[in-house]
Ligand binder design. Structure first.
Ligand code: 3HC
Length: 282
């Protein structure tokens, strides 16, 4: 079966980026979210990011119009029933994903692969919620999705070799580079990145340096495009905290304990760029 129609659940930062890259590569996309206003906001972001690509001569104005026409926004999840491949990019809460995976398993054709863009939830656990655990896989994109080259492709314990190769091939068709990883808390990306960000927060909390100074060290000394605190604000401090907790819980090593300053900032509602305040003010 040729994959032509892609379902994307969630029109937030990651979901709209995923819809963007599939539509830009010529796939039909059914973009599903629970409320029309989330879809409107997601489509506005896709339009803005396609405009950016037109301005940089990466795509033409016709390509932009064609990509937008490929995206069908829906609030009724039943409309995903005729999709050939589904990527879930909903809120990063296990209860929410549980409901979605059970529902997708009921409504999608039995041969359809169900992929999750989760940044830290176990693929093996999501697979076990369905009657097709061999067809569940992690397809982890990076923000901003239209720009970042990587797709971390995560095999759950039961994921079949065919599911892996189809997902890998799909990532290549999106002009991305897939990297194979086995299921473990934080996979590879967040297992290594989050302790770096968390440690940078400790240096601020302990008065070793200001956020600006910490970021300068990494930008100028290690050629990172963003310093770790700017990146934490960009990812969302609540997301960083959730991932640290998943790793502490799943790996049991105290080296993964979240920085108390991170917990305090999330308690205050300082979630980074999206809330207007994090380590910096926006
Ligand atoms: N859509 C389309 N294009 C975009 C874009 C978007 N949303 N955002 C930026 N771009 C393009 C720009 O047009 C520009 O194109 P060009 O190279 O042709 O000029 C290019 O990307 C660079 O953008 P800018 O010049 O505006 O800005 P910067 O040079 O500062 O780059 C950045 C911005 C790409 C975000 C860069 O700072 C960066 O790479 N930061 C690190 C991002 C990162 O680490 N992401 C991973 C987060 S972790 C994650 O997502 C996993 C999760 O599980 C936590």
């Amino acid at each position: 079966m040729e994959i032509q129609r892609i379902g994307v659940i969630g029109a937030g930062t990651m979901g709209n980026g995923i819809a963007h890259v599939f539509a830009r590569s010529g796939y039909s996309v059914v973009l599903c979210d629970v409320e029309q206003r989330f879809l409107d906001r997601g489509l506005a972001t896709i339009t803005k990011n396609l405009d950016r690509e037109v301005a940089k001569n990466k795509i033409s104005a016709e390509d932009k119009a064609a990509a937008l026409k490929k995206i069908e926004p829906v609030t009724d999840r039943g409309r995903l029933a005729d999709c050939d491949f589904i990527v879930e990019a909903a809120t990063e809460k296990f209860e929410i994903k549980t409901e979605i995976f059970r529902d997708l398993d009921r409504l999608a054709r039995p041969e359809v692969i169900l992929a999750s863009n989760t940044s830290s939830i176990s693929i093996t656990k999501l697979a076990a919620l369905t009657k097709r655990p061999d067809k569940v896989i992690g397809m982890h994109f990076f923000n901003p999705v239209p720009v970042m080259q990587l797709v971390e492709v995560i095999r759950g314990l039961a994921t079949s070799p065919e599911t892996f190769s189809e997902t890998r091939d799909l990532a290549i068709k999106l002009d991305k580079t897939p990297v194979e990883v086995n299921d473990a808390p934080g996979f590879v990306s967040n297992r290594v990145l989050m302790p770096l960000l968390n440690e940078a927060m400790y240096t601020v909390m302990e008065g070793v340096a200001t956020p600006e100074a910490v970021d300068e060290v990494f930008k100028l000394g290690m050629a990172h495009p963003m310093g770790p605190l700017t990146l934490a604000d960009f990812i969302g401090l609540d997301v960083c905290l959730d991932i640290m907790r998943v790793m502490l819980d799943g790996l049991g090593d105290p080296k993964y304990r979240p920085c108390p300053l991170l917990i305090k900032m999330v308690d205050a509602g300082w979630l980074g760029r999206k809330s207007g305040r994090g380590f910096y003010k926006y």
